[in-house]
Write a protein that binds this ligand. Sequence first.
Ligand SMILES: Cc1cc2nc3c(=O)[nH]c(=O)nc-3n(C[C@H](O)[C@H](O)[C@H](O)COP(=O)(O)OP(=O)(O)OC[C@H]3O[C@@H](n4cnc5c(N)ncnc54)[C@H](O)[C@@H]3O)c2cc1C
Length: 337
Amino acid sequence: MKLEQNYSLKEHNTFHLQVKARWFMEYENEDELIKILQDEYFQESQSIHIGGGSNLLFLGDYNGVILHSAIRGIKVKEETDTSVTLRIGAAELWDDVVAYAVKNGYSGIENLSLIPGETGAAAIQNIGAYGVEIKDVIESVEAYNQLDIVKRIFSKEECKYGYRSSFFKNEHNDPYIITYVAIRLSKQPSYTLEYGNLKEELSAYDEINLTNIRDAVIAIRKNKLPDPKEQGNAGSFFMNPVVSMTKYNHLKSTFGEFPHYVISDTEVKIPAGWLIEQCGFKGKKHGTVGVYEKQALVLVNLGEATGDEIALAAESIRMAVEQKYGISLVPEVKYVG
Ligand SMILES: Cc1cc2nc3c(=O)[nH]c(=O)nc-3n(C[C@H](O)[C@H](O)[C@H](O)COP(=O)(O)OP(=O)(O)OC[C@H]3O[C@@H](n4cnc5c(N)ncnc54)[C@H](O)[C@@H]3O)c2cc1C
């Protein structure tokens, strides 16, 4: 177990904000986690569990306990002629899981290549890209209730997945700490290629297989998104808003054709990046904070930005979109502080 006081979180958040935690506690296994949860000091302190910090915005130093898992490992839990179920430690890097699956010929998550962060968080966030969400392969999630310290295994249905949401993200539910995630993958080729420019990118390859799909996704992402190692960012800052069909038709008659994705007879999803671009923010700088020149949905730390400065830039974007379109953008990034 690792216990550190006044611990720098710079390497634990992809905005690379220079913030500190009063305490940083990292556990290697479930027994160590239980010890921490039973500790009186821990129980009296405010705390937050983090993964790789790729979806967090620290507004300042954290005056409490930052918990982090070091439970790793990918094990085959079950195998049939057609599928395999993997049990994965929550701290396993998500992209390492994808690389493992592709290498072994297991399909289902290749479109989720290169998404930063850890597997536990991926199951909380219901990460998604190129027409696939992790919920499509989730079999179960093992988690500890932080209040009564009882372990529960959630079925996929009990995880209550939605767009970038789950039971675990709902603040009205008890806080849970995820220790393991089980996903079921196919041993037969089954690909999702209809989304975005994936098919177009794949036309440069001589055949369509798992390795080439992963390489194509990585190539598209590297071209479109800033690498957090080079420029601090947390990916998409806002979620894509879902509006009613009535609202969409009204917007269309006022502003002309809108990029959109029909979710149902009554609802439409609009790309938040497009709305932000239309408000003139793309590629613009606000002091130490920038709006990425290739994708307006991404805010970047241009150097020494603070969490407050990033939050302020996000708020001015949110207000501009609200004023012009009457659409209220909701941050995908979680504010901590
Ligand atoms: C360049 C870039 C590109 C991205 N692209 C995508 C994308 O295509 N699709 C997408 O969906 N997301 C994307 N993201 C967002 C991000 O990668 C995901 O949200 C990711 O799942 C966050 O993982 P993390 O380990 O960094 O979690 P963190 O940011 O550390 O935490 C996220 C949430 O999970 C909680 N948490 C973490 N671990 C645990 C645990 N073990 N138990 C309980 N709670 C926990 C935290 O409290 C927090 O609420 C991108 C981010 C970046 C920087």
